[in-house]
Design a protein. Structure first.
Length: 412
């Protein structure tokens, strides 16, 4: 009997390692599920650009860099002379590129952007020309308070579900009430609550989300709001019907004020994004990387329109375009430069001068492309295109500063 009792007491000691292994395996499986894409779906494309993803330090162009690399493979004496020659070539090419930029129609009025060929930093307050570039916070020649008081602000709102009283409150808080005009484009067959009595309301089919609303406004409405010859002191504030933490999904950033959007729209840049980037997140993306963007689908379970009863029309999400690059070239032509600003979130401001520098037929093509359905890939392409279409392209010396100083520039 004692022998069997000893065997029984030894059994738990033998089983303990096995039980611990089984318990650990089950715990690992459960945690893996909860931290997997099945539980937290992965975003198909990052909403912000890390500084380390930028191109390495480069010269004026790829040819100069290639020549520098080839020369560096020779002996030390040749290496030093080659580097000096490349540096001279780079300076000459950069000066020439800036001179060409200064003569383009796009650069008219952007005097501050072409008076210097050196940037001390892209994330600091000390450099008035380049210090706000990295985050897209501020640009040269923004208007003073007295100048802002004489500007005319037009507002277009893409409405689906939410009351609009918050827009008047924010405009009043910034001393910008009443605006020169306020036009509401309502979809989703819902009541437009909270719109001021002076607002004009237009109802459209529920297609293309806010991007279709904006394209329609530019193609068919803006000319009535801002007659020809009055664009010099006018800008348009493009807004969705909600601008809260609840509908912010874009990584290292936050909604910015109407005031900052307006000042950037009246600056040399001519465009102000509704999101202020922070930390390593940049307002600029390399065009070749950005243009690879595509989406296989958009999860309506995470989409507030799907959650709140707006029915899907059954239209296929995927477009006929291979990626954003194919869409951009088909509708707008080649991109303006190797780096372009990107404004996520659907809230932004642009000067009417910049808007009218784009061929009117472009807005008509954009509106047609976004009329295919209410949950389509084209609207995500359009969201990533607004800033490059409406902002003035940066001159070469500022592009180079973003590439070269992005890693070591002082932070604000």
């Amino acid at each position: 009997m004692a022998r069997y009792r000893k065997r029984f007491l030894r059994c738990p000691l033998v089983l303990i390692p096995g039980l611990m292994f089984i318990l650990g395996f089950c715990t690992s499986s459960i945690l893996s599920f909860f931290y997997s894409e099945a539980y937290f779906p992965r975003r198909e494309e990052p909403y912000w650009e890390r500084s380390e993803n930028l191109l390495p330090r480069i010269g004026a162009d790829a040819n100069t860099t290639s020549a520098h690399t080839t020369s560096a493979s020779t002996n030390s004496a040749t290496k030093n002379s080659a580097k000096a020659a490349v540096a001279n070539t780079s300076s000459a090419q950069t000066a020439s590129a800036n001179a060409v930029f200064a003569n383009t129609a796009v650069a008219e009025g952007a005097v501050a952007n072409t008076t210097s060929e050196e940037c001390r930093c892209t994330r600091c307050k000390e450099d008035a020309i380049c210090g706000g570039l990295w985050h897209g916070k501020h640009y040269p020649n923004a208007p003073t308070d007295d100048e802002m008081a004489r500007k005319r602000i037009h507002v277009v709102v893409s409405h689906c579900l939410k009351p609009l009283a918050w827009i008047e409150r924010r405009l009043r808080a910034g001393g910008r009430w009443p605006p020169a005009s306020l036009h509401v484009i309502s979809k989703c067959n819902r009541t437009v609550a909270g719109a001021p009595a002076t607002a004009t309301v237009e109802r459209l089919p529920n297609v293309g989300r806010c991007d279709h609303s904006y394209a329609h406004y530019l193609a068919a409405v803006l000319a009535r709001k801002v007659p020809g010859g009055q664009e010099g002191d006018a800008m348009v504030l493009f807004l969705k019907d909600e601008m809260t933490r609840r509908n912010f999904h874009h990584g290292n950033g936050r909604w910015t004020s109407f005031e900052r959007m307006a000042r950037n729209a009246f600056s040399d840049n001519g465009f102000g994004c509704g999101i202020a980037m922070r930390g390593p997140a940049s307002a600029y993306r390399h065009t070749d990387k950005l243009f690879r963007f595509r989406l296989e689908g958009y999860d309506r379970k995470r989409d507030r329109y799907g959650r709140e009863g707006v029915e899907s029309d059954g239209v296929q999400f995927r477009s006929a375009y291979k990626n954003l690059g194919a869409y951009y070239h088909a509708l707008f032509g080649p991109p303006p430069s190797s780096m372009v600003p990107v404004c996520y979130g659907g809230n932004f401001a642009a000067s009417v001068s910049n808007i009218r520098s784009v061929d009117q037929r472009t807005w008509e093509r954009l509106e047609r492309s976004l009329a295919r359905g209410n949950n389509i890939e084209e609207s995500h392409f359009a969201e990533r295109s607004w800033a490059s279409l409406l902002a003035r392209p940066l001159p070469p010396f500022q592009l180079r500063a973003l590439q070269e100083l992005g890693h070591s520039g002082k932070r604000s």
